[in-house]
Write a protein that binds this ligand. Structure first.
Ligand code: T4K
Length: 420
């Protein structure tokens, strides 16, 4: 990454240009070269979607009046019911976050030995397995969907493999049918990390209804949030009972099994219920923003915005660009540095990929996943959600157009400044 203070220091020595806070049209106006940032405040990728503040505060008052703060309180129960109805799924068990939700589901399903998992995901997916003493076996992804490539799984199966943990990355469903078929044929358990995929569907059915169970994240940065939180959903009644016990120390009047503490508290549930009241507005804002990005990014060489399947329900939460530096003439990381200097806090999800970080990268076997390794150097995620709108998107896209239209010159200028 570029040392911005070094670059800006050199420029300010030459005198800072005062640029008005409009659209930038010259590369000298870029903040990385010492000018003012395009935005006064930081624009984060996925700043939280917050529902009606007074409705939330009313619920907090209820909680304080009731003096029932956690342990399967009324708001948690109401939230579980509302989610199960929305997703048309048999059981919803709210949890304190998706990582613990995954751990409980993995344990409840009896997974052990080795489990196939994509390496292009947030580290929590792999860590949840590793934490339980199960080896995550990293699999390559499909270059278009960015999800597990079912054709690459068979070669990774060993007598120790007990399951497949798919991830619906960016809210786009995995190859669910192919994975279901493979799991059935090879007698493997199938579980989904649906952290990104709340309110999304696959072939007309809501995500939440596939595999043995699916796990959502309701972290602050997700499309729908409960501050921290998540849910395990399933249509298997016995499994649901097991998970319900496990999330509460195995306790139900008496201690009936091994368990942990994965309970969601009432304030989180109140945040979730408030968010659910406005969730269609969150989705509409995301979709509107996505369409505008699509329009504004059109024709910029080397920039490809990932597609969402318009025939399916979709939360449009992630604005994911694939950047081809042979055409942009400026690397993905330089583009990110330039945007950060403008207060656009674009992110390189998920970089480095899971198999290239600890503890996995120190293992003796060499894992080479060519599709994903290339992809992870190309992906850049831009801000979305209710916190941004037309003015911000037009400005962000104009910045990208300016940078890429002058990619070679910008790369040269930055390299020179860094060398001095
Ligand atoms: N599986 C997948 C595929 C996942 O993506 C995740 C989580 C999980 C499983 C596990 O779910 P949880 O156990 O978390 O429920 C974030 C989140 O902590 C994590 O939930 C999320 N995925 C992951 C992709 O991102 P960081 O380290 O990137 O968070 P941070 O603090 O850098 O914030 C990200 C962006 O959001 C920044 O641009 C700042 C902004 N932000 C953040 C927070 C917390 C806000 O504007 N407001 C906020 O309150 O991990």
């Amino acid at each position: 990454m570029v040392n911005q203070s070094k670059v800006q220091g050199r420029i300010s020595g030459q005198g800072m240009t005062k640029i008005k806070m409009g659209l930038k049209t010259q590369i000298e106006e870029l903040a990385i070269f010492g000018s003012h940032p395009a935005f006064n405040e930081k624009l984060h990728v996925n700043a939280p979607n917050i529902g009606n503040r007074s409705r939330f505060l009313e619920k907090i008052n209820d909680i304080l009046d009731r003096k029932w703060l956690t342990n399967n309180g009324p708001y948690v129960q109401e939230l579980e019911g509302a989610i199960a109805r929305r997703l048309k799924v048999g059981h919803c068990i709210a949890v304190c976050n998706a990582t613990i939700g995954l751990e409980i589901a993995i344990r409840a399903l009896g997974l052990r030995g080795e489990v196939i998992v994509p390496a292009f995901t947030f580290i929590a997916t792999a860590h949840a397995l590793e934490w339980l003493g199960i080896k995550p076996v990293f699999c390559d992804v499909d270059p278009v969907s960015h999800n597990l490539n079912p054709d690459k799984i068979e070669e990774l199966l060993t007598p120790r493999t007990t399951g497949i943990l798919g991830v619906h990355l960016w809210g786009r469903a995995c190859a669910v049918d192919e994975l279901t078929d493979l799991a059935r044929r090879r007698n493997l358990k199938l579980l989904f990390d649906a952290a990104h995929a709340f309110d999304c569907s696959y072939r007309g059915r809501m995500i939440g209804n596939f595999g043995s169970a699916e796990v959502f994240s309701f972290h602050a940065t997700k499309y729908f949030n409960t501050l921290e939180g998540g849910a395990v959903v399933t249509n298997d009644t016995q499994l649901a009972e097991k998970i319900r016990l496990m999330k509460n120390f195995g306790f139900s009047g008496n201690v009936l099994s091994l368990g942990t503490n994965a309970k969601m508290n009432e304030i989180s549930a109140a945040m979730g219920l408030t968010g659910l009241e406005m969730i269609d507005e969150f989705k509409a804002a995301n979709q509107r923003n996505y369409k505008l990005y699509k329009k504004e990014l059109q024709g910029i060489p080397g920039v490809c915005l990932i597609d969402y399947d318009a025939t399916q329900q979709c939360n449009y939460q992630y604005i994911v660009l694939e950047l081809d530096d042979r055409l942009t003439r400026v690397s993905r990381d330089r583009i990110m540095d330039i945007l950060w200097a403008e207060n656009v806090m674009a992110r390189r999800y998920f970089y480095p990929p899971c198999h290239q970080v600890e503890p996995y990268c120190s293992r003796s076997e060499v894992v080479h996943l060519p599709v994903l390794e290339r992809l992870s150097t190309r992906v850049l995620v831009l801000p979305n959600g209710t916190a941004i709108g037309q003015a911000e998107i037009e400005k962000i896209c104009q910045l990208l157009r300016l940078v890429i239209n002058n990619g070679q010159e910008i790369t040269r200028k930055i390299n020179e400044l860094v060398k001095k």
